[in-house]
Design a protein around this ligand. Sequence first.
Ligand SMILES: C[S@@+](CC[C@H](N)C(=O)[O-])C[C@H]1O[C@@H](n2cnc3c(N)ncnc32)[C@H](O)[C@@H]1O
Length: 217
Amino acid sequence: MGLTNYWNEQHQKYEKTNWITKPSLFIQSVFSYFPPSACVLELAAGQGADTKFMIKNGCNVVAVDISQYALDIAKSRIGEQNIHKVEFIALDIAEKLPFEDEKFDVVYSHLGLHYFSDKKTIEILKEIKRVLKVQGSLIMLVNTNQDIELGKMKMKKIEDNYYETETGLKKKYFSTDEIKILVEPFFEVVLLDNQGETYKDRAVGNANLIRLIGRKK
Ligand SMILES: C[S@@+](CC[C@H](N)C(=O)[O-])C[C@H]1O[C@@H](n2cnc3c(N)ncnc32)[C@H](O)[C@@H]1O
């Protein structure tokens, strides 16, 4: 199954969950780092819970995802009143981003930047830097190598902390040290820890996702 079909199917499952419409714990914990009325590029926006939160709080957002299915749901949840503050674009973030240099104040991603090899992650980080304004910020939450699924799931190792699951999905599990090495050539680290959590994590008392805020160098 291709990547787009995989994610379209995942989104049909997510649609039925009770967390999918709630703004993430992460966006709520980092929104104070956004400048007022920020122009935001959201990578892997999914069904748009955080898109909606950012718009409601004064941002203009370009929300991208590989799944048009997810973006259609996101669009339907925004509401007529705010629809002019958001643009939805279906694209693969592994490709060059179709935006001019220095367009955005913030590039934001909630669980969308841990699907790539280190080489590809570096290319994506370079692209993110290119589309950010001077002093712009990258704000992201990604998988951690402390993840409990790492020990439990059958996965094929591709490179350090990068695996292919039985469904064919490739996933990276970062350590804070690894993220620092990848990000530091492009961004000055403002916040980096492994205390991020989703609603599912909070329900079981887990808080070990990697939170990163970097300012463009
Ligand atoms: C774990 S979900 C997170 C979605 C959303 N940010 C949220 O937190 O609800 C990962 C998202 O990444 C998207 N995605 C995966 N690979 C992608 C790629 N190469 N380009 C663009 N989007 C991708 C999926 O469609 C999915 O919406």
